[in-house]
Design a protein around this ligand. Sequence first.
Ligand SMILES: [Zn+2]
Length: 91
Amino acid sequence: MAERRRFKKRTCRYCEKKVTFIDYKDIELIKHSLSERYKIMPRRLTGNCKKHQEMVEEAIKRARHAALVPYIVDRKRVIPNPFEELKPIYK
Ligand SMILES: [Zn+2]
């Protein structure tokens, strides 16, 4: 149930917006289906319909190729340890 709480809206966001084509340059659209580490979110979490999931996958892969979205992300850079950052302040 934890998953459901995090993604309570189970409807396809792209259907809601009546998106017919997802452009790889449209990061705003793609963003919904990317995790914080730029992985493509599975449909069971986002609630996307099959049609739009396939479109968004295609768009993300193109966006990666065009270097708009990174393929891999340095773990330290994306989710910095908040305690590490706080250390200098408290010293
Ligand atoms: Zn849809």
